[in-house]
Design a protein around this ligand. Structure first.
Ligand SMILES: [Zn+2]
Length: 238
């Protein structure tokens, strides 16, 4: 639900969501700004009849709803409250490690450290195909622990944050993000099919990102692991 949600919403309005007949599930890893600020700019929420189920952290639906409500406070947003949305929101708290069904997919969440807080990584399965979303992952200095590798094991696609070059991660360890070395280690140990890189430090240029992708590709191709740099609008077939 970062700011890219605005473009997705505008595209969805051409279909059922434009007619108030859309339903969707949102998996929320954590509630930092870059993961929730698109919500107030997401056109389908202003169409009555649309329904969203938001699965996220917090331990209880009320805690999560209060967090999402907080960003709608009149000091931050003219929308004032989530209650001004026309669409229906069903907020649910995730129990880590317990698989749940979402739109016909089986989802299992694992909590990992993320600086002063935690975030959830999602393993999403359907008919033997596996997609893993793992972002804002602050591993210990020893790298991805065995429990994280088990969560990603054998995924066809691992979408993993590649926020920092190792030398920059050293300076900002307390922020709780991965370096490309962490992502490479996780992909190789979990023997995934493809690593999708994304969530780079905001100060990196396109050339910096190209260099990170090139390093990941050089290191992982010998293991038979493809590297795909995420691009807005990309569709991946699994
Ligand atoms: Zn974060």
């Amino acid at each position: 639900m970062g700011t890219g949600l605005m473009h997705l919403g505008n595209a969805l309005m051409a279909g059922a969501f434009g007619k108030g007949a859309g339903t969707a599930t949102i998996l929320l890893s954590h509630a930092h700004w870059d993961h929730i600020q698109g919500l107030g700019f997401f056109a389908p929420v202003f169409v009555a009849g649309n329904q969203f189920t938001v699965w996220g952290p917090g331990g209880s639906p009320q805690v999560l709803e209060d967090i999402l409500e907080g960003q709608m406070d009149p000091n931050f947003s003219p929308l004032q409250t989530l209650k001004n949305f026309s669409a229906k929101f069903d907020v649910r708290a995730i129990a880590c490690g317990e698989p749940f069904q979402a739109d016909g997919l089986t989802v299992t969440a694992r909590e990992h450290p993320h600086g002063a807080t935690t975030a959830l990584a999602f393993r999403i399965e359907e008919a033997g195909r596996v997609f893993v979303y793992a972002s804002d992952v602050g591993y210990p200095e020893s790298g991805p622990p065995a429990a994280a590798i088990a969560h990603y094991a054998g995924a066809d696609v691992l979408l993993h944050d590649t926020t920092y070059r190792p030398e920059d991660q050293l300076k900002r360890r307390n922020r709780g993000f991965s370096s490309y070395e962490d992502a490479i280690a996780a992909a190789a140990a979990a023997k995934v099919g493809r690593l999708v890189t994304f969530h780079y430090d905001q100060d990196y240029s396109d050339d910096d990102v190209d260099a990170i992708v090139a390093i990941c590709t050089t290191r992982l191709e010998p293991h038979g692991i493809g590297v795909v740099p995420a691009r807005e609008g990309d569709e991946l077939e699994i």
